[in-house]
Design a protein around this ligand. Sequence first.
Ligand code: AMP
Length: 541
Amino acid sequence: MLGLMQDWPLLIHRVIDHAAAQHANRPVVSRSVEGPLHRTTYAEIRRRALRLAKRLTREGVGLGDRVATLAWNTWRHLETWYGITGIGAIYHTVNPRLFEDQIVYIVNHAEDRLLFLDLTFVPMMERLQERLPTIARYVVLTDAAHMPATTLKNAVPYEEWLAEADEDFRWASFDENTAAGMCYTSGTTGHPKGVVYSHRSNVLHSMAALQPDMLGLSSRDIAMPVVPLFHANSWSFAFSAPMAGATLVLPGPKLDGPSIHELLVGERVTISAAVPTVWFALLQHLEKTGADLPDLQRVVIGGSACPRAVTQVFRDRYGVEVMHAWGMTEMSPLGSVCSMKPEYRALSGDAWLDVKQRVGYAPFTVEMKITDDEGRELPWDGTTFGRLKVRGPAVAKRYFRHEEDILDSDGFFDTGDVATIDPHGYVQIVDRNKDVIKSGGEWISSIELENLAVGHPDVAEAAVIGIPHPKWDERPLLIVVPKPGRTPKKDDLIAFMQGRIAKWWLPDDVAIVDEIPHTATGKIQKTTLRDLFRDYRLPGT
Ligand code: AMP
């Protein structure tokens, strides 16, 4: 017997319909690529998304077609997502920080029909367009006044193109399992792999993200996702903020400390989200200028481990709570957020920080387990570590155009992370499986050493890699970028770490560098570091 409730498929355009009905005049503020701040509302975003949907239909784009976006977080980028998905086409976010060959690969692999791009990327696409036969038109996200002379095929300024359609349009109707978005993972080996989100998975993921113990957004929040729309759905903000009716602040192309600070203060942002490197830059700016964060209440930090020192400075100096989050592109991406269950609520000081080092627990819609290499489940005791595996309605089961599913016999996806889970369900990420340092048959967490090292007052950023060792197999090398004007010494750094970790975890050596390489999503690029230090020998070997 079936239930007798309405058939109301979970479709993305219902999100913007809801925002326009219930939160019509809520502001969406963007730093435009052209420079000035731009202000609009959810009602206006919806009207323009309807026009966009109609205009795309006229272009011959329809159900199942892929449409690429190469753009910063702005109102125009947001409109494209709703317009594209509103006709059953698929937004494909292209990360501009990928190598050019990777961009060519993923656009061809996805067979994108049309590409929306910011002014920033016109020169790059002029270089690449000969290699992108499937793109029939380039729509530059600007108006006629700012449109550059360009050789891009069928190039038009977005505002002119959009003006060719009106908003008299009905969203298409289709099954909630229809594909809605695509994002390629920036894998360190092999070709990038396409993750395909559905309308249903994006809606469910965003509803899960809204729970009070997750992002906990409300209509009273002013939310600034610094995390780009091209980094795994901007961690749900493009959907969850309009669902909740939160004001949106979109930082456009300027992600440096002073620019982010200007928006946080000027727009009275209450919650923001970004990878650790963005917060390193902001905190350095605040330290240098003595500026404050008067309205900010919460920052969501994920994508890489958030160092303890960052959580502490936010709490003690600025009264801001860090929400440590973990996830991955294949998970839409949120897998867990660290908020305090009653069991931990009374904690303070260092004990509170200890819990905040973990990435929290899974919300309803994410199931987790840790296993050994043979797939046997391991206990949630906070010390036994194993492969972290996940299951849920917003977790990928197969990559685009791959033959095989990526699940084990129970339907779990192996995240590639090594983790512990404590008795209350809190996950601690020990390392990426391939980054963990294997010393004398035991494992050393590179993440834990990095987090500790950045707590040193002279250190701006730190990375740890395993270096081959004749006796121990591998030993840790600490690689450090000093803060401007500081010259940290090896002995000082080691002494700083001593007593805070097991003695045999202490790095064997320290290398001072000007810069640590990052991936397109802001993670430390360990493969490149290992290449750079391939000929390096540890002292005494
Ligand atoms: P991506 O798909 O590019 O977002 O990368 C996902 C990977 O980033 C995860 O599998 C983790 O290895 C890493 N990651 C994400 N969040 C965290 C975190 N809070 N702490 C440690 N690693 C993280």
